[in-house]
Design a protein around this ligand. Structure first.
Ligand SMILES: *[C@@H]1O[C@H](CO)[C@@H](O)[C@H](O)[C@H]1NC(C)=O
Length: 213
């Protein structure tokens, strides 16, 4: 009985035969065992490499008039909200463009040629003003929006945001597909879906309208 225990405590056959290999194996095991701990430690110091969450608000709208004869172009004040709380690394984009559409028709565009930077551990707002060369909005869309409002139905806008040169995202531009509610419920906010644009240089889907008169 006692002999069995003594045998377990002593160096094994393998250890006696290959002392250096045994030592190396033990070190590898220790390092592998510590990797998750090191990873957690690294992340708690430098933050998890997580994409921020994005959502969009449209706090101000002007010039949603019936197209022919309208006096002004539509203006959508768009706020891109960036939740970068999951990391303490800043999130930056070198260039931003946004397209505002209603019922699948693009009504206005915005550009931020200098991009933005959001610090880590923060939620920040990126304001943009989207407008158009055309005056007012097409009659059909105007009617549709008016009817939705009369019925107290939800009037929502599709906002596509393109981020170029955002450090952590990698070389291809990033597209954010967002919904902003102008009227009705639920109001949101709805998180934007995040997608890489694999074919660089491909423009946003254009369904722009222009009133030339
Ligand atoms: C939109 O934003 C611009 C500039 O920030 C401001 O002057 C304008 O009053 C805003 N319009 C609305 C309808 O909120």
């Amino acid at each position: 009985m006692g002999a069995g225990i003594a045998e377990d405590d002593g160096p094994s056959y393998f250890e006696k035969r290959h002392p250096r290999l045994h030592c190396t194996l033990m070190m590898v095991l220790v390092v592998v065992g510590f990797l998750p701990l090191m990873h957690t430690l690294w992340n708690s110091i430098y933050g998890y490499q997580e994409q921020p969450e994005f959502w969009v608000k449209v706090p101000g709208v002007e010039g949603l008039e019936r197209g022919p004869g309208a006096a002004a172009a539509p203006v959508f004040n768009v706020t891109l909200r960036v939740n970068n709380k999951a990391t303490n690394r800043p999130f930056c984009a070198g260039r931003v463009s946004a397209a505002v559409a209603y019922a699948g028709v693009q009504l206005a565009r915005a550009e931020l040629p200098n991009g933005f930077c959001v610090p880590g551990l923060a939620v920040s707002s990126v304001p943009m003003s989207a407008t158009s060369d055309g005056l007012g909005i097409p009659s059909e869309l105007y009617e549709r929006m008016a009817s939705q409002r009369r019925r107290h139905a939800r009037v929502s806008l599709e906002v596509q945001v393109r981020l170029d040169d955002c450090g952590l995202c990698g070389p291809p531009p990033v597209m954010l597909w967002c919904t902003a509610v102008l009227h009705g419920r639920p109001k949101g906010p709805f998180l934007c879906t995040f997608a890489y644009m694999l074919k660089d240089g491909e423009p946003l889907p254009q369904t722009d309208f222009v009133y030339s008169s």
